[in-house]
Design a protein around this ligand. Structure first.
Ligand SMILES: Nc1ncnc2c1ncn2[C@@H]1O[C@H](COP(=O)(O)OP(=O)(O)O)[C@@H](O)[C@H]1O
Ligand SMILES: [Mg+2]
Length: 268
């Protein structure tokens, strides 16, 4: 089982859009996929058409009441694919304070996921835009991290902190954690900055090869997600891009990304 955290503490970079649509693409490709919404804004939950009233067990309750993650899952109807979501609600915002005195509070998500076996090919975790306890829980449970990035001039701002966080989690809580890839979202190949930013990221990764960093084997995905208005519209219809606009550039890009993710070699 590959457990992938979509992580970048910056908001608006494409974490939620990628979690939903990569998940849907993998499900369309015949994989069983569990999505975990760890963002108190619950954008992924609403994106998939789930009203707050329809949520019985949220990730908030999984973390604070010790309920197995499996019990929170809601099935998302999607052709033949197997797609489930562990939904979030806004009360997740107070979980960090409520758990502050709980021992091993970074391990709760992993423990609750293992409490009752989740049988899926992929678990994709939509992280909140912060480096707090919720993100630490995601990184402690994950086997790998995908970092969505936007190729504009502030893209690399905050990267040091993000990388440091993965290194710390790997050192103390999750020795297997690795960054598997960097994904450019809202991509505009015509923009002058795009080439500069992608070049910077490539050379940064090249320097880390052979060293013992969580990002030593990371790739820049060959697939880029183009800026596509359909991707921005789909959430208001409560649908993934494959239901809302199956013939759009956005659907095409996420299908190709899913193929690339499926072809990635296992960690060394
Ligand atoms: N490739 C894209 N093309 C157009 N709009 C996009 C694209 N990716 C994301 N968006 C839009 O940009 C906004 C931020 O994306 P989102 O996935 O919510 O980022 P994050 O979860 O990192 O905060 C959302 O309104 C989303 O619909
Ligand atoms: Mg989001």
């Amino acid at each position: 089982m590959r457990i992938i955290a979509l992580f970048n503490q910056k908001g608006g970079v494409g974490k939620t859009t990628t979690t939903v649509n990569l998940g849907a693409a993998l499900a369309e490709a015949g994989k069983s996929v569990v999505l975990v919404d760890l963002d108190p804004q619950a954008n992924m939950t609403t994106h998939l058409g789930i009203e707050p009233e329809a949520v019985h067990i949220s990730t908030y309750r999984v973390l604070t009441d010790g309920i197995p993650l499996h019990e929170s899952l809601i099935r998302i109807p999607l052709g033949t694919g197997h797609l489930h979501i562990a939904p979030s609600t806004t009360d997740l915002a107070v979980a960090e304070q409520e758990l502050v005195a709980v021992p091993q509070r970074e391990l709760i998500l992993r423990k609750m996921a293992q409490a009752q076996n989740i049988s899926a090919d992929f678990v994709l975790i939509d992280c909140p835009p912060s480096l707090g306890l919720l993100t630490l829980n995601a990184l402690t449970y994950a086997t790998e991290v995908i970092i969505p990035l936007q190729a504009h001039f502030l893209a690399l701002q905050g990267m040091a902190k993000l990388l440091e966080t993965t290194a710390l989690v790997r050192q103390s809580l999750n020795p297997a954690l690795r960054i598997s890839g960097i994904l450019f979202c809202q991509f505009e190949s015509a923009a002058k900055l795009t080439g500069e930013v992608t070049g910077e990221v490539e050379s940064f990764l090249a320097e880390a090869r052979g060293k013992n960093h969580p990002w030593s084997e990371a790739v820049v995905f060959e697939t880029t997600i183009r800026r596509n208005i359909k991707l921005a519209e789909a959430p208001s219809y409560g649908q993934s891009i494959f239901q809302y606009a199956p013939n759009s550039a956005g659907a095409a890009d996420y299908s190709v990304l899913a193929e690339e993710v499926l072809k990635m070699p296992p960690p060394r």
